[in-house]
Design a protein around this ligand. Sequence first.
Ligand code: NOJ
Length: 550
Amino acid sequence: MIEDLWYKNAVIYSLDLETFMDANGDGVGDFAGLSRRLDYLQALGVDVIWLAPFQPTPNRDNGYDIEDYYGVDRRHGSSGDFVEFMYQANKRGIKVLIDLVVNHTSSKHPWFEDARRSEKSEHRDWYIWSKEKPENSEDGVVFPGVQETTWTYDKQAKAYYFHRFFEFQPDLNIDNPEVRAEIRRILGYWLQLGVAGFRVDALPFVLESAGPDHTKPVMRFEYIREFRRFLQWRQGDAILLGEANVLPEEIDQYFGKEGDGSHLLFNFYVNQHLFYTLASADVQPLIDALEATRNIAPVSQWAHFLRNHDELDLGRLTDEQRQAVFARFGPEPSMQIYERGIRRRVASMIGNRPQIELAYSLMFSMPGTPVLRYGDEIGMGENLDLKERDAVRTPMQWCADPQSGFSMAEKLVHPVIDEGPFGYKHVNVEAQRRDPDSFLNWITALIRLRKECPEIGWGQWRILPTGNPKVLAIHYSWRGNTVLVIHNFDPHPQEIHLSLKPENETRLVDLLANEQSEADEKGVHQIRLSSYGYRWFRAGSLSYLLNLAE
Ligand code: NOJ
């Protein structure tokens, strides 16, 4: 059954254990805390939790520096707490994705410790070495301004080792079959403990082989298919969600032409153009980005998001477009990072409720699967006093109690936001639950609506001409059902005329308000949108259940 592809219409919620809920009062979030908050997540309506890395780590890159792939960092609890959490999540019908961080290990990982000891070490060839400093060692740093090189000399090893990211994250040598066998063991281990799949960290770099003399990296896309095959043999419905900020012409290789690569990929390309469109009200670049990423295999799927735990990366925009986004959403130098991005959260960046709603309504209605970041459902802000990307990694704001109800400890892993309009006394779950007009209640309704529109995850889509450069209309059809979503990026109200004559869709029922639109005798609908307004319609009748039979 095609419906078995559960990821086509799931709502994913991403969180970092460290800052979500601290049950034992040591100032760091843990599995026991998260387990207590599962009822909250279930009520919010999310189907999947994506957990940031929680394995033992020196924690120099927010856990993306792992020193043991088969454990739980003691700060977050025990393996027993993990299994208990899995049981509790699955009991509520919530699936769990975890990060697969195998481009690199921590430099404290026993494999690297062994590798540096001698050229004869068992794990020497698990990493990438060079006797001489390669010529291109300053190229390709991922964190410009903070990271200086991709090759660092190790005295003990008497050689340079390659690291795409920080120097404490040595890259694994993916060409070594033993490394790939170990990656399969890691997949197998966590599948056995019940996870539904993996968010594959830094996918392009995982697949990049150093090449014979380190001068020309070679992409080995066969490895993603190899991991996929293994995954599917072990667990038929498990998925890979790849982190690959790549150009449209490269996506085929990541998804696999037949859909035999990564099941899902984050759509960074659309994400960046979406922010440009929010900044400029010009919908054409967003339309172009959607069209450029349209052709994927039927089993493949995009994951759409507004923000994640990193910077809002604008590297794929033109300089002019990027400056426009900076000017609107991150004008201060302290808000910008790595010469390409913004280190702010959605609500503080956009700054007004109608446009924030517009952004989420759009994200939830683009062709793909929506991914929501913890805290964004209540409109949390950032703390620019924290370093780099930590600005957007502050503790979840549960209530107005000290430490925002996140922890009983005095000192926390990151301080809570306690000042200004985004401080926890103003922005928290408890207050918003009681307020029918809160953002939390609004987004809960949006999640429900998205789940009632399977056409978006499954359907054929096309952009309808609106005759207005500030208004975007997307038409979905699936099994004789139609959903139509319309977004006005302008602060001024707009009126558009939509011809649905070819489809003979004469009646559109508004899914958010008690209204409907009847076409005139030429088959044209006249539709009004408020300032930053958005409307979701279904053609014919409110219910999609009518035509579902196969
Ligand atoms: C991408 C992750 O999202 C980021 O947080 C991390 O620093 C790098 N990969 C390195 O693992």
